[in-house]
Design a protein around this ligand. Structure first.
Ligand code: 2HA
Ligand code: ZN
Length: 278
């Protein structure tokens, strides 16, 4: 079948466009990757035209032989829906987990996302941690989350707690919390190592003054996760724009009751007492 007729490709394109419409993908900002199922590889492999092997820039042994649909480096999310063959590609990881080759797409040249090391290292962590369930890694330049990285301490506990307090659904949607990577040079192995380390604990990792990474089982859950966290950040930005103090909020005991009724485990490290209602 034509690559563009495959359901997973349609879902990928729709998600990229949803992100564009949210305003998270100025210019070539952000990137998206999907770890393909073996039956999906079978579906579209008649279209494959292997190019030469290139270095990933890190090692992902547990992804040896896997195929990924990824956005292209320097490509614009707003163009994915208009010209997918130019904007995205399918890559294969070699048997050592150190090289990739383009099998389809990027018809006018180019390479996979500049954040390929982070995407693949996150995929590797999530594949192992979820028995292969997680397939999507998404990086977006979420405006309000980025704004908060200039005013809140860059600590997992603080970001998690503040985002949880701003919208009741948050602790249910991301009960494990959110990790924070301090500012680092993007695109390389170091930031990939730092991010994938957080992905062992969380499904969301914030990059200070840059954006956020989300991981999930499918396009809906991963986009929904990014959207929920960013919406909560927007509420916090609005609140802080009115006053630095909350008159009332959701308390640690409220969260404990919520956890019981919604059958989620909320780590106590996020339910610390605060001096004032800040
Ligand atoms: O330009 O978002 O982090 C793509 C990016 C780099
Ligand atoms: Zn970025």
């Amino acid at each position: 079948m034509n690559v563009l007729d495959a359901e997973f490709v349609k879902g990928f394109i729709r998600m990229a466009n949803d992100g564009w419409e949210q305003g998270w993908h100025e210019r070539n900002g952000g990137n998206l990757s999907y770890r393909m199922k073996m039956e999906e590889v079978e579906q579209v492999k008649e279209n494959f035209q292997p190019s030469e092997w290139k270095e990933i820039g890190t090692t992902v042994e547990k992804l040896a032989g896997e195929f990924f649909l990824v956005t292209g480096s320097g490509k614009y999310f707003r163009n994915v829906i208009i010209n997918p063959e130019d904007s995205i590609c399918i890559i294969e990881v070699d048997s050592t987990g150190t090289k990739y080759r383009i099998m389809w797409g990027l018809v006018n040249g180019g390479k996979p996302t500049s954040e390929l090391p982070s995407h693949l290292m996150n995929h590797e962590v999530k594949k192992l941690a979820t028995d292969g369930r997680y397939r999507v890694i998404y990086h977006a330049h979420t405006t309000n989350i980025i704004a908060l990285t200039f005013v809140l301490p860059l600590e997992d506990e603080v970001f998690t707690r503040e985002l949880w307090e701003m919208a009741t659904e948050c602790p249910v949607v991301f009960p494990d919390g959110v990790g924070v990577v301090p500012w680092m040079v993007p695109g390389g192995r170091d930031i990939a190592v730092a991010t994938s380390k957080l992905m062992e604990k969380y499904d969301l990792a914030i990059w200070a003054h840059h954006g956020m990474f989300a991981a999930g089982e499918d396009f809906d859950l991963t986009f929904g996760l990014m959207h929920t966290a960013e919406k909560s950040a927007e509420i916090l930005v609005k609140m802080l724009s009115m006053t630095p103090y909350k008159r009332q909020t959701i308390t640690p005991d409220d969260f404990r009751h919520l956890a019981k009724d919604f059958n989620v485990t909320l780590p106590e490290k996020f339910l610390y007492e605060k001096d004032v209602n800040k």
